[in-house]
Design a protein around this ligand. Sequence first.
Ligand code: PLP
Length: 471
Amino acid sequence: MDVYESALDLIGGTPLVRLRTESPAAVYAKLEYLSIGGSSKDRIGLRMIEQAEQDGLLRPGGTVVEATSGNTGIGLALVAAEKGYRSVVVVSDRASEEKVATLRAFGAEVVIKPGGLPREHPDHPMSTAVRIAGTTPGGWLANQYDNPANPEAHYLTTGPEIWRQTHGRVTHLVSCIGTGGTISGAGRYLKEISGDAVQVIGADPASSVYSGGDGRPYFIEAAGHFLHPDTADDVWPTSYHPEVIDRIVPVADRHALDTLRQLACTQGLLVGGSSGTALAAAHQVAAGAGPDAVVVVILPDSGRQYLSKYFNDAWMLRLGFLDGDGSHPRVADATAPDARTAPLPYLNTRTTVGEALAVLRARKSSGAAPVLPAGPCPAGPDRRPTAPELTGSVALAGLEAAVRDGNATPADPLSGHLDPPLPHFGHGEPARRALDELTGNSHDTAVVLHDGCALALITSADLHGALGSAR
Ligand SMILES: Cc1ncc(COP(=O)(O)O)c(C=O)c1O
């Protein structure tokens, strides 16, 4: 019979499919979403668990614990379910709903912690997972970031598959870098077997520190390395072996998102955000390679996990990743050069109440402004803040009242006097909808986003102006 004995036999073994491109080089996508659990992380789930069993770290009745943006948790949870272990997965509240629901479907207990905390914080997903593993009898922490079985899984399976499938003709490997396991393991294998002929290229969100970015937040889940402004020591995973990599191509979120949405519409392949980053980089690599080049790009997971984000026009519009849905006027029309509001103020959590009052009083209209994180790379005129950095807000009237009533002194940092973040709209959203949502908001001020970054502030008067001029 042509059958498999268990779900574990359906991990990996994913196909390569040729993509239509404009370059003469051949580009093949490795469709990791066709692995049984839906991502490249099934491979490391299996390898890490089997290595832990061999090492006596995981015994019958034990509990597998991990901190993960989702896919590794899914890989671990499915292997744990098949082998009869309990699993506990800690995720940040930025992980997509679909991933969390999938984890629960595989029987994992999911612990959700706030995203964007520094690694030292006790509520950071990794600190939480370490604690749970340490206090659960039979608990074992998989720790994909520092577990040698992670790159090894790709050294033993992904790399050899690519070599076999291309009959040794692969010339370039392109992969995202999250924990670094995929590119380090598959890259090392391909370099070794080809006598160093295969070029290994990382694809990275443009602001990720791996490609030299400043580490500010970005919108592609599970790829790159983000640097929280309060992080004392930036620790890179030991699963990442930078010496394997020849170069890294930074890819702007907007470009990655356009690439993956287009792939679904034109080539019938529905893949996730990091696949968009990898594919955009692969196109660039292929464009610079000769006609005999064979570029293999690893697409780690499916777009079905991101239907509420990257394939959801409302989500894309709100963050300013789409220019509009044909409605006029748009929010951008209310932020035209003659918008009444002054340029974006750059208040951060360490700005004093006295300094903030001076800034707010100098502004022509509405007294509210966003407050951003302080840190080694604060937002400023040369570096616009991203949506996740809109930490809180302050308003002139509120701060004046706090000082007057003795609840604040001019020397206090703003961190102790924050209101919730201002609402935000994408530049392409209809001005009418923005006005309806802003009406009744206590601060009457919103942030306008373009490609996920704050562009300006607008008030209902600006929106009325745009709507009036369109009438
Ligand atoms: C969707 C997705 N893309 C890319 C990556 C990065 O792969 P690696 O951790 O092997 O570097 C991950 C890992 O978490 C992932 O889940």
